[in-house]
Design a protein around this ligand. Structure first.
Ligand SMILES: NC(=O)c1ccc[n+]([C@@H]2O[C@H](COP(=O)([O-])OP(=O)(O)OC[C@H]3O[C@@H](n4cnc5c(N)ncnc54)[C@H](O)[C@@H]3O)[C@@H](O)[C@H]2O)c1
Length: 355
C-alpha cells in the first residue's frame, strides 16, 4: 500500500511520516510520497525531508519519493495536512474565515487533481483545518465514502484518555466516541462509553460519577467559562494543573486548547491519531472509528434525515467508510449534535463550500 502526505514538510506532516515508518506501517515494498508546493518553501524542503527520513530509517524505510504538483499525487491513502494553520500562543487572534478562504483554494486544487488523475479508489484522510470544509470539498469531488476527517477520531482518543486517566486505568479499557465538530464544538457521546471488564450497572454508576449532574445543554458555556478561567493563570504549569480538576469531557477540549496557547502545537498527538486511521484503512477489516464524513441521510437529527458534514462513529475499511455506527442517542446528545450540524452547514455555505 502507498501513502501520500500533502504538506509533508509541515509540523503534522513530518510527524506523520516519522510515525508511519517508525511503527512499521509501510513495509519495504510500499511507497511514501512526500508532497510539497511548487513555488513555496516546501518545494525544496521535501527533497531534504526525503534524505533525512532515509538517513534516520534506512533499514526499515519504504520507497520514498517526492511530488510538487497536485497532478502527481498517487497513493492508496492520501493524507491532507497542507495549508495555513491556527496561530499558536496567547493573544493570537483566530480568524477561521480567513483560514477557510486560504485553505479552500488548497483543498480544491488537490481534490480537482485527484478527481481527474486519481485511481478512483484513494482514501483521503483530512487533517487540515477547517476539517469540515476540507471533507466537503474532497467528498463532493471524489465520492463521500472515500473521505474521512480525522478530527473526531483525535477528539475521541482524547476523551477516552481523560476518562482513563481520571479512573486510573489504561485507555485501551475505555471505548466510546466523540461526534460533532472538531474542537470546541465536539459532542462527547457519554451514552456510548463502555469500560472493558465492567457490566452495565457498574458502568452507569461510574459514568454518573464522572459526569456529575451535568448534561450537554451546559457544555458550551462550561467550555467558555473554563477557557476564561485557565487563561487568567500566567504560569502554564499551574494552568494545566487547573485542568486536572475538570470533568473528562471538558478536559478533552481544554487541554489541547492550552497546549496550543502555550505556543506548542498538538502535532504529535494529531500525527499519532492520523497514523491510527491510516493503519485502520490499511488493515483490510472494517473497524469502528469516529470521523468527519459527508452524510446523506444516514442518521436522523431534529426529526429529519441529516445531510452535511458531521463527526460520527463510522466503520472504516480499505475502501473508506461504509456505515454510520450510531445507536439511539440520549436526548441531550441528539439536541447538541443537531445544533452543531446546523452550525457546520451554515459555516460551509459561508465559506463557499458545497460547490
Ligand atoms: N485536525 C487536527 O486535529 C489538527 C491538528 C493540528 C493541525 N491541524 C491542521 O493541519 C494543518 C497543518 O498543520 P501544521 O501544524 O503541520 O502546519 P504547518 O504550517 O507546520 O505546515 C503546513 C505545511 O503545508 C505546506 N503547504 C501549504 N500549501 C501547500 C500546498 N498547496 N501544497 C503542498 N503543501 C502545502 C506548507 O509548506 C507547510 O509545510 C493545518 O491546517 C492545521 O490547522 C489539524
Amino acid at each position: 500500500m502507498d501513502v501520500a502526505i500533502i504538506g509533508a514538510t509541515g509540523d503534522v506532516g513530518r510527524a506523520v511520516c516519522s510515525d508511519l515508518i517508525e511503527h512499521g506501517e509501510l513495509g519495504a515494498g510500499s511507497r511514501l510520497q512526500l508532497v510539497g508546493r511548487a513555488g513555496g518553501s516546501s518545494e525544496a524542503a521535501v527533497h531534504g525531508l526525503r534524505v533525512d527520513l532515509i538517513d534516520a530509517y534506512d533499514e526499515k524505510a519504504p520507497h520514498i519519493d517526492v511530488a510538487t504538483s497536485p497532478d502527481d499525487v498517487v497513493a492508496d491513502v492520501v493524507v491532507v495536512a497542507a495549508g495555513r494553520t491556527i496561530p499558536t500562543g496567547t493573544g493570537q487572534t483566530i480568524d477561521r474565515d480567513r483560514l477557510a478562504a486560504d485553505n479552500r483554494i488548497v483543498f480544491e486544487q488537490y481534490a480537482d487533481s485527484l478527481a481527474r488523475h486519481g485511481s478512483g479508489h484513494e482514501v483521503v484522510i483530512v487533517v487540515s483545518n477547517p476539517v469540515e470544509l476540507a471533507v466537503e470539498v474532497f467528498a463532493r469531488r471524489l465520492g463521500r465514502h472515500r473521505v474521512i476527517g480525522m478530527g473526531a477520531w483525535l477528539d475521541t482518543l482524547r476523551f477516552r484518555r481523560e476518562i482513563a486517566a481520571t479512573l486510573g486505568i489504561r485507555r485501551q479499557r475505555v471505548s466510546g466516541f466523540v461526534a460533532g465538530q472538531h474542537g470546541d464544538r465536539m459532542v462527547p457521546l457519554w451514552s456510548t462509553v463502555r469500560l472493558r471488564g465492567l457490566d452495565a450497572d457498574e458502568r452507569l454508576e461510574i459514568v454518573e460519577r464522572l459526569r456529575g449532574d451535568r448534561t450537554l445543554a451546559s457544555f458550551a458555556s462550561e467550555i467558555a467559562t473554563a477557557k476564561a478561567h485557565v487563561t487568567t493563570q500566567t504560569d502554564m504549569a499551574a494552568a494545566f494543573g487547573m485542568v486536572d480538576a475538570f470533568p473528562p469531557d471538558l478536559q478533552a477540549v481544554i487541554r489541547p486548547y492550552l497546549t496550543h496557547t502555550s505556543g506548542a502545537k498538538t502535532a504529535n498527538g494529531t500525527a499519532s491519531a492520523t497514523v491510527d486511521l491510516i493503519r485502520t484503512v490499511l488493515d483490510g477489516r472494517d473497524i469502528v472509528v469516529a470521523g468527519q464524513v459527508l452524510l446523506d441521510g444516514e442518521i436522523e437529527l431534529g426529526g429529519m434525515p441529516w445531510r452535511g458534514v458531521l463527526g460520527v462513529p463510522v466503520a472504516v475499511g480499505p475502501e473508506g467508510w461504509t456505515r454510520v455506527m450510531l445507536d439511539d442517542l440520549a436526548p441531550d446528545e441528539s439536541r447538541l449534535l443537531w445544533e452543531v450540524g446546523q452550525a457546520i452547514n451554515e459555516a460551509i455555505v459561508a465559506w463557499g463550500g458545497g460547490q
